[in-house]
Design a binder for this molecule. Structure first.
Ligand SMILES: Nc1nc2c(c(=O)[nH]1)N[C@@H](CN(C=O)c1ccc(C(=O)N[C@@H](CCC(=O)O)C(=O)O)cc1)CN2
Length: 297
C-alpha cells in the first residue's frame, strides 16, 4: 500500500481563492481587511515567512502594514507598537512573528494584542474560548491541519487521534479541535512512555515535535491519516540543506493511508489560515452586517 498524498499547496490555494472572493465582497461594503505584520530582528526563516504572508495577503486583496524592528527592540517598545495597532480601525489583524529575540518577553507582548485582532489565536482569551467550545480565533497551524485531515476523511467522530507535541501554538489547540470533532484524543510529549505503541493506536496522527524524522514508519498504524507539522532543516546527501518533517516520510508511505509531505503540506496552510482569520476578524467588527464568516468547507 502507498499512502495518498495530502497536497497542502493545492488546498491552501483553494482556501486563498475563497478568502479573495470574500474580501472582494467586503470591498463592496467599503471594508478592506487590514493585517499588521510585526517582524523583530533578522532571523532568515522569519523573513521568508513574513514575506510570504504579506505577498499572499496583497494577492488576496487585503491591506498589510509592515513593521520591522531591530533585534535590539525592547519589550516595552513592542507593547507600545501593539497598543497603537490595537487602536487603529484599519487594522483588523495583528501578527507578531515568532520567535521574538531572546531578550523580549514574548508572552507579555502577545498578551496586549486585542483578542479581536489576535489573528494568530495565541491570546489567552482565544485559547480559553477554544477550550470552552465557544466562537474563537483558532491558531493557524492547527486550523490548517484540521482542514487537511478533513481532505482525507469527513468521518472524524470516534476516531482515535494522537497529537505528539504539547505546545500552546500547535499541540494543545490541535487536540481541542480534534476533540470538538468528536475524536478520542491523546496528547503525547517528551515524557510519554512507549510513544511508538501509542502512535500505533492512532487513526489520526499529528506530529508536532520539532525533531527530524522522529516518528518511524513502523510506528504508524495501517491506513492512518498522518499530518506532519515539522519543518526541520538537515544536511542532505549532497551537503546542501533540505527540509524534512517530524515523520520519516519515505518509511511512512507504506503504512499510512494518507500523509502530508514536507515541504508542501501543513506550511502553506498556516499562511492561508492567517488570511482567513484576518478576513473573519474584519467581518466580526460589524456584528452580522457583513454576512457569514469564512468557514471550513
Ligand atoms: N506569529 C507566528 N509565528 C510563527 C508561526 C505562526 O503561525 N504565527 N508559525 C511558524 C512559522 N510560519 C509562519 O509564521 C510558517 C512556517 C512554514 C511555512 C511554510 O509554508 N513552509 C513551507 C516551506 C518553506 C521553507 O522553505 O522554509 C512548507 O512547509 O511547504 C509557512 C509559515 C513559526 N512562527
Amino acid at each position: 500500500m502507498t499512502a495518498t498524498l495530502i497536497d497542502g499547496r493545492a488546498v491552501a490555494e483553494r482556501l486563498r481563492e475563497r478568502v479573495a472572493a470574500r474580501t472582494a465582497e467586503l470591498a463592496r461594503h467599503g471594508v478592506i481587511p487590514g493585517l499588521a505584520v510585526v517582524l523583530v530582528g533578522d532571523d532568515p526563516a522569519s523573513q521568508v515567512y513574513v514575506g510570504s504572508k504579506t505577498k499572499q495577503a496583497a494577492a488576496a486583496g487585503l491591506k498589510h502594514f509592515d513593521h520591522r524592528l531591530p533585534a535590539t527592540a525592547s519589550t516595552s517598545e513592542l507593547i507600545a507598537l501593539v497598543e497603537q495597532l490595537n487602536a487603529r480601525s484599519d487594522v483588523h489583524g495583528i501578527l507578531v512573528q515568532l520567535p521574538l529575540p531572546a531578550g523580549v518577553d514574548s508572552a507579555a507582548v502577545l498578551a496586549v494584542i486585542d483578542p479581536a485582532k489576535d489573528v494568530d489565536g495565541f491570546h489567552a482569551v482565544n485559547a480559553g474560548r477554544l477550550a470552552l467550545g465557544q466562537d474563537a480565533t483558532v491558531p493557524c497551524t492547527p486550523l490548517g491541519c484540521l482542514i487537511l485531515i478533513r481532505e482525507a476523511t469527513r468521518e472524524l467522530a470516534g476516531k482515535r487521534a494522537v497529537v505528539v507535541g504539547r505546545s500552546n501554538i500547535v499541540g494543545k489547540p490541535m487536540a481541542q479541535l480534534l476533540l470538538q470533532n468528536d475524536c478520542t484524543v491523546t496528547i503525547a510529549h517528551s515524557r510519554t512512555r512507549d510513544l511508538p505503541q501509542l502512535c500505533r493506536e492512532a487513526e489520526i496522527l499529528v506530529a508536532a515535535i520539532g525533531r527530524p524524522k522522529a516518528i518511524a514508519g513502523d510506528w504508524i498504524r495501517t491506513g492512518a491519516i498522518v499530518i506532519d507539522v515539522g519543518i526541520n532543516r538537515v544536511a542532505g546527501p549532497d551537503g546542501k540543506n533540505k527540509l524534512v518533517g517530524d515523520v520519516d516520510f519515505d518509511a511512512a508511505l507504506s503504512h499510512a493511508g494518507a500523509i502530508t509531505p514536507v515541504p508542501g503540506g501543513v506550511g502553506p496552510m498556516t499562511i492561508a489560515c492567517l488570511l482567513m482569520n484576518t478576513v473573519n476578524a474584519a467581518i466580526r467588527t460589524r456584528a452580522g452586517a457583513l454576512g457569514p464568516l469564512i468557514g471550513l468547507k
